[in-house]
Design a protein around this ligand. Sequence first.
Ligand code: PLP
Length: 473
Amino acid sequence: MRLMDHTRLPLWEAALAHTAASGIRLHLPGHGGGPGLPPELQRLCPEYASFDLTELPGLDDLHDPAGPILEAEEMAASLWQARRSFYLVNGSTAGVLAMVLATCDPGDILLLPRNAHLSAYHALILSGARPAYLPVATDGQGFPLNVTAAAVEQALARYPAAKALLVTSPSYFGVCADLTAIAAATCRHGVHLLLDEAHGSHLDFHPEMPAPGRNASMRVQSWHKTLGALTPGAVLHLHCEQYEQARLRAALRWVQTSSPSYPLLLSLDAVRKRMALSGRALFDELYQNAAYLRGKLRTELPLLEREALKEAGFDLDILRVTILCGAAGIDGRQAAYLLAQRGVNVELAQKGILLLVAGPGLSRSDAVKVVRAFDGLPQKQVPAVFDCLPEPLVAVLPREAAFAPQEPVLLARAEGRISASLVAAFPPGIPVLAPGETVTRPVIDYLAAASDAGMVLRGLEPQGKLRVVCEGV
Ligand SMILES: Cc1ncc(COP(=O)(O)O)c(C=O)c1O
């Protein structure tokens, strides 16, 4: 790790110098540092507005940094042990898009497991890459875990021309793939490993946590999700020494605003400093609080457990507490309603699962209150909610389907047509159909059964219609 003075805040220093010196602002943004804001906003964020700056002299340029932004990014790179880090003002969404756009030419094969975030499917549309999907392993009840190293090996053997593999680890539920084995396999085949580490920015700071993805060619992290940055502050770390940076820089320009939010960039600067100076202590305490919470909850409720996942070749970030409440006869949505009345708001509530996210703000006394709120939740029969997802059948490239003439048809009458939409059932939220895929009978049956079971279907139009590609065009 390069030695750096992590007590410094290069971007803050530049912004403070600018605000101390500035008078009447006859430049963008038009609110002039506050006076031009509507009264509600003036009351809400008087200080914030004076730091809502733009690329003014001394404040650098996110898209071509040479001053304090570059310095701040270099400090992040030293801390996360990257060759180069790029601050993102459009979330990990922008990072995933840029990784794919920078790596894949139109028609190139991108390997990706089906649990990829929506931004990966959008990257397929924008880049014109050809997807080859890897299966996502499940537990005994069909709960989605992550991709296995064996599935990666098989895909690499089957698609020797693949350009890159995109993996999401940790998953939304904190399940981590075996990145050491996966990176070794991609390295052997000369394929780039693109890592969506949106949920794992903190893993570098605690030895008891699952291993972070420093062995990827590049990785993106949502610092707003786990480190306390402002939404949607995120970072892309480039690790691969051979990777040509020019295309990556261009791709970042393609997907990000030309008016980056300075308060958001300042929040990234501050997060980097905090993680450098006290990240280990912060996450030590949080780790203990999460372990306490899990220990108390598991006496009454089944949890997704680290030991069981390790036995299956995965790992778990214990700060994600997935409660498999359906197995205990508790309806997650009803439970979430009662918990909210008791002052506890959960991240995700579905029929059979509740997800709690322990973030840097969770104190031990909060954890104690959460445990108490779980006392005496009503039990009833809850049907099993997970089922094996049908195999995707890719007919045309996602990009072709997305730009083709389309029409809505009733799902029940869509067999054999090519979907123009992405349709997912929650839980588990993994796409059942993506643009360019043939609508098969198992897909129709799965979606009908999911709807009957009260699962939420996203991606359909009113009256359950599906947008499909027009025939004979
Ligand atoms: C796995 C994963 N990747 C990427 C993203 C996008 O992150 P952001 O909200 O920072 O754009 C999300 C968002 O929830 C996600 O869950």
